[in-house]
Ligand binder design. Structure first.
Ligand SMILES: NC(=O)c1ccc[n+]([C@@H]2O[C@H](COP(=O)([O-])OP(=O)(O)OC[C@H]3O[C@@H](n4cnc5c(N)ncnc54)[C@H](O)[C@@H]3O)[C@@H](O)[C@H]2O)c1
Length: 359
């Protein structure tokens, strides 16, 4: 018997195509009536659709969400919410927009309704992050956990294929590390397996792009969002290891794009940990339908076959920064199945920099 502790989070999940139409009733269920809708500038149209659904409940739209939540944007959004007398925020978009909602909730305790349109998974976690002076600070607080999450696969139909692929592999990363987390449980392990399998099935269909049957594409979008939900729930309930810490360092310090960094680093972080977590790695490979290769190779092959970037050098990393990145990654101690050693991490970074397939 595997002893465990499993902490559940009180959240309401609404999952169906067309679920955006229920946004007003979901806000009513929370007892709120003055909503600030958050989005990125690029998703203003979608926020306006949400505002139309909310009708008189909508107090305004703030369209200034930016990747990694700069502290200045968080302050501006908070003061907008206060000026409008908002009693709820609706965050419609990817992890950046939901992150902005969390920055508001952290200080005001306003409830968040999250309507995710990528697969990053932030809507399922009590983790927040903010960037100040080039440094990203993260923390956990139950206040920032969205109270309601509306998953509407229709809203991700327009997510560009390259973003869909990297965002999907970002989700797989949560579950892959969840499989060897020290605080995993039978429930989280099941979510990892089912989440990885759903994304592994859906991403190739999504990557084929246009010219397919609409119903097939919508089914794949639904599968991917379902996988993202489970993988996000894993991230919200267990502590992750080397892979997430490395991506946090690389993304924050060298301003590299979040989902792409996850996509490139994941096979190498899994290869590093494989000797200490063989069962977890076999589960990753099996969930991706690849019993013929290692978990690390299965993830690398999935990314490469879907046209995702596989080398850090191709997304703006400089070779001369690898030594410093290695130093930063070793600075903090965190639970990881294989102890951290400088030579091993430096080799991992070199492999990820050049995009080598794990051996
Ligand atoms: N706190 C957490 O638990 C957690 C978890 C995962 C990610 N994050 C954070 O989330 C951020 C990354 O989130 P992301 O990868 O979702 O990217 P993102 O939110 O920055 O979105 C990327 C771009 O895609 C656009 N977009 C989003 N959905 C779209 C759609 N359906 N159609 C067309 N365009 C769309 C956005 O407007 C944006 O321009 C990072 O800052 C990361 O640290 C936090």
């Amino acid at each position: 018997m595997q002893p465990f502790i499993y902490q559940t989070h009180p959240q309401r999940i609404v999952f169906r195509p067309g679920a955006l139409a229920a946004l007003g009733e979901e806000v009513d269920t929370l007892g709120a009536g003055k909503v600030l809708v958050l989005c990125t500038p690029a998703q203003r149209d979608l926020a306006e659709r949400a505002a139309a659904v909310l009708g008189a409940r909508c107090a305004g739209i703030f369209d200034g969400a930016v990747m990694h939540v700069p502290v200045e944007q968080a302050r501006l959004a908070r003061s907008t919410a206060a000026e409008l007398g908002a009693d709820c925020v609706v965050a419609i978009g990817g992890g950046s927009t939901i992150g902005l909602g969390k920055a508001i909730a952290l200080e005001s305790a306003l409830p968040i309704v999250a309507v995710p349109t990528t697969y990053a998974g932030s809507e399922m976690t009590p983790i927040y992050g903010m960037t100040e002076g080039g440094l990203k600070r993260t923390g956990r607080n139950a206040r920032v956990l969205p109270r309601t999450v509306i998953y509407d696969p229709d809203l991700s139909l327009g997510l560009p294929v390259p973003v869909s692929v990297t965002s999907g592999i970002n989700a797989i990363a949560h579950a892959a590390e969840g499989l060897y987390a020290v605080d995993r449980s039978p429930v989280s392990e099941w979510m990892c397996r089912d989440g990885i399998a759903a994304l592994g099935r859906a991403l190739p269909v999504i990557a084929r792009g246009s010219g397919q049957d609409d119903a097939q594409v919508l089914a794949a979008r639904g599968d991917a969002l379902y996988g993202a939900w489970l993988c996000g729930a894993v991230l919200g309930s267990v502590g992750v290891g080397l892979h997430h810490k490395l991506c946090h360092t690389l993304g924050g310090t060298y301003n590299l794009p979040h989902a792409e960094v996850h996509t490139i680093v994941l096979p190498h972080a899994l290869a590093y940990n494989a000797p200490a977590a063989p069962e977890a790695m076999a589960t990753v490979a099996a969930a991706l339908g690849r019993d013929d290769v290692s978990g690390a190779q299965a993830v690398f092959d999935l990314a490469a076959s879907l046209g995702a970037p596989v080398a850090l050098r191709d997304i703006g990393m400089r070779e001369e920064d690898l030594d410093r990145a290695c130093e930063l990654a070793l600075r903090e101690q965190y639970p990881n199945p294989r102890p951290l050693d400088a030579a091993g991490i430096r080799q991992l970074l070199d492999d990820a920099f050049h995009g080598r397939r794990p051996g």
